[in-house]
Design a protein around this ligand. Sequence first.
Ligand code: AMP
Ligand code: ZN
Length: 475
Amino acid sequence: MKLYDTLSREKKEIPSPSEKPVITMYSCGPTVYDVTHIGHMRRYVMDDILKRTLRFLGYDVRHVMNITDVGHLTGDDDTGEDKLEKGAAKRGKTVWDVAREYENQFWHTMKELNVKKKDIAVLHATKNIDEMISIIQTLEKKGFTYETDEAIYFDVTKFRDYGKLSGQNMEEKKQAVRDEVHVDSAKKHPADFALWFKRVGRFADHTMHWKSPWGDGFPGWHIECSAMSMKGLKTKTIDIHTGGIDHIPVHHENEIAQSEGATGQKFVNWWVHHAFLQVDGEKMSKSKGNFYTLNDIEKQGIDPLSLRLFFMQAHYRKPMNFTWDAAKAAETSFKELIDVYHNLKKNVGTDTVTDQEKLTGGAVFFLEQFRHDLSNDLNIAGAIGNMWFMLRSNDIPERDKLYILDTIDTVLGLNLAEQKIAAIKIPEDVISLTEAREHARSNKDFQKSDALRRQIEEKGFIVEDTVDGYVIKKK
Ligand code: AMP
Ligand code: ZN
């Protein structure tokens, strides 16, 4: 498989499973101080597709993700407020309650999108403080740090390759200008970043704090990922490290500096960065207020797995625009796929293909194409396009199609075999209108039944009359 690596700026071949049976993968997890929106989910679903793809191609994948429940400051640099403390103050709750509630919401959303928690080793920042302290001590011994009254900083001028991931000139690094900005006057370079914050000054009342060789305090955000990735994956060099493109210039640059500074070894083999889900050309984000949650999606009668299918329609490195029309189109596609799957199941009956060797040439060709698409930097959108082409082909027997769908669903994760045909959630008022229309039709009041049909359509549904009665479908 070829996977694009942000650091080398090229698609780089992953050695075959016989040469490299196990792939270690780390995903920067969420900061659990506020709601999870579907923008977040785009990247976690794509991580899941990447992991499933690697398994489909024959690798064994070990996947670790962290939960940031302390230390992530607003603005990603060292100048803002702790996001958790801010979230707690906003809601009049404790930081611990806020962290727990939003983490629960995050996992609920993940589950609905069929990203399985049990398939990920999850590490919490607040439970891995000792490991972070230990790396900071190593960095201290190696001369990468300096101490001020407020914090222990990583001195970026000591790390020769600083900036290699983003290709940013160090001189371009400026402190962000924002309301909550606080600059430590003893900090030597704007790009230096805190490894440990002391519980003094603006953080004198910081709720979460631990003892350390530098006094009471809490870790910086970046050190969390270095500590938890190496601990969770039991390696100094991780194969795949994923995150949003927003992490390239600061967070991941800093992860590299402190990890490679401490271990003297390459930190990551493939840096995978996801582009954003956008609304009208802008990043979907909490701060812009242009976000939707899973609940908003479900309220529109859209199945969370349709959203999963929607995410698969774009390449992970390209921005993707969210519109309700596009989400509804994905819902229609998903329902169509379920229909196709069940029809195949009904027609094939017990005459299933059990052995890949028995597939016809067209089916084998499709599966090869599927592998080929995915092996090309995770071209899942191309693979989905080919899937529809294959399903519409007259040259592939139905039993082969069924076998293929079952096989590729291990990557798509749409749980096709478990979906019910009538999985569309039809609102009560649409059902009442449909029943009234049926009544009008049986009384031969066609004017009324036509008017009711139009009302149903206005609500986004259509009624089709079949020999078995009517069926309600999404428009
Ligand atoms: P946040 O909680 O806003 O810091 O976001 C957590 C993670 O989700 C970050 O790694 C972001 O890269 C990612 N993320 C946030 N918004 C989006 C979006 N609109 N599209 C894709 N990823 C996003
Ligand atoms: Zn991280």
